[in-house]
Design a protein around this ligand. Structure first.
Ligand SMILES: NC(=O)c1ccc[n+]([C@@H]2O[C@H](COP(=O)([O-])OP(=O)(O)OC[C@H]3O[C@@H](n4cnc5c(N)ncnc54)[C@H](OP(=O)(O)O)[C@@H]3O)[C@@H](O)[C@H]2O)c1
Length: 308
């Protein structure tokens, strides 16, 4: 198949490109790096018209840390909404019947929900700390529904927990949480720091996913003939606490200092994991990468990029 991957040089996108290429698909990674700006309708229409992809995996986004998506809330909403509308409009005009796969972050679930179930996606407001980014992901769901209703454009929307793995930024302030902890602990080890500070009690439980597992699910999904009008969690229905993650990273990096918890920081919800009922119905025998294996590989990646 011919598969365009927007944001194809980013953290999730690059993993998707490599997995799909391994499966024998002809891939087209697209981003501003190669002149594809999703806020420019004419550029996008032209490029989609040239490629005529069977599938578009839409990994482009303007996101960042909790602090970032609040400080630049208007830019985040403006850019992401424009990117979404431009892509769907271009596909509609230039590409007969593609499937569009959208990764949606689970921060778009109601802020209060501990177990995140697809049928409850809209049952309450997004948490204020991710108001811009979470709501824009809900809008992506709305836009995909409306283009299906009027133009028959097929989409599959996946709700995804906290990703980690190789290929992310090496700036700990720009990476995802688990990758950031790996970077900071490797740096603490190198500097010989005697203490490693974790914000909060370390008790909140979160669900984590190795980035290559997202790509493996999408590689299965591109072969599906049917659209999914409802979103699907990529879910294991279990998580690990921040403290447990820190202990694993400490052991696997060989950091010898103490883990200390700064409880002046608030913890947030005690547990956030995704219900896996729908995922198991659709991807029954899928095996996720064990957490320790994924963390070990990520540490090895960051050892290379930080020292290289
Ligand atoms: N990572 C996670 O934990 C996670 C979890 C759940 C869901 N997701 C979702 O997965 C998607 C990808 O996330 P990610 O972590 O891979 O983000 P990322 O590393 O920041 O990659 C996003 C890519 O989008 C491209 N982009 C930004 N603005 C663009 C524009 N105007 N036109 C074209 N391309 C543009 C950027 O490339 P250029 O700068 O070269 O344009 C960038 O490489 C997002 O939708 C995110 O919500 C991620």
């Amino acid at each position: 198949m011919r598969i365009a991957v927007t944001g194809g040089f980013g953290f999730v996108g690059s993993s998707v490109v490599s997995e799909l290429a391994d499966k024998g698909h002809k891939t087209f990674p697209l981003s501003r790096r190669n002149g594809f700006d999703l806020t420019e309708p004419e550029t996008v229409r032209k490029k989609i018209g040239e490629i005529v992809p069977d599938v578009i995996v839409n990994c482009a986004a303007h996101g960042g840390s909790l602090h970032y998506v609040s400080e630049f809330a208007a830019d985040v909403v403006n850019d992401n909404l424009r990117m979404t509308l431009t892509l769907y409009k271009a596909v509609c005009g230039a590409c007969p019947s593609p499937l569009i796969i959208n990764p949606l972050s689970n921060c778009s679930y109601p802020g209060e929900s501990g177990i995140q179930r697809e049928e409850e996606w809209w049952n309450g407001p997004v948490h204020p700390s991710v108001w811009s980014y979470g709501n824009i992901k809900r809008m992506l769901g709305v836009v995909s529904d409306c283009y299906r209703m009027q133009y028959g454009i097929r989409s599959m929307n996946f709700l995804i927990p906290n990703a980690y793995g190789p290929g992310d930024s090496k700036d700990p302030n720009r990476t995802h949480a688990l990758n950031g902890m790996i970077i900071r602990m490797l740096q603490a080890k190198k500097k010989g720091d005697t203490q490693f500070v974790i914000w909060g009690t370390g008790k909140p439980v979160r669900e984590w996913i190795f980035v290559r597992d997202i790509a493996r699910v999408f590689a299965i999904a591109v072969d599906e003939k049917q659209e999914r009008t409802l979103p699907v969690n990529i879910a294991q229905a279990s998580g690990s606490s921040i403290g447990e993650i820190a202990v694993i990273i400490k052991r696997l990096t060989g950091y010898e200092g103490d883990l200390v918890y700064d409880t002046s920081y608030q913890d947030g919800a005690p547990e956030k994991v995704l219900d896996d009922s729908r995922f198991r119905e659709l991807f029954g025998d899928f095996r996720f990468t064990p957490l320790e294996d994924g963390i070990r590989e990520t540490i090895s990646y960051y050892r290379g990029v930080l020292e290289g």
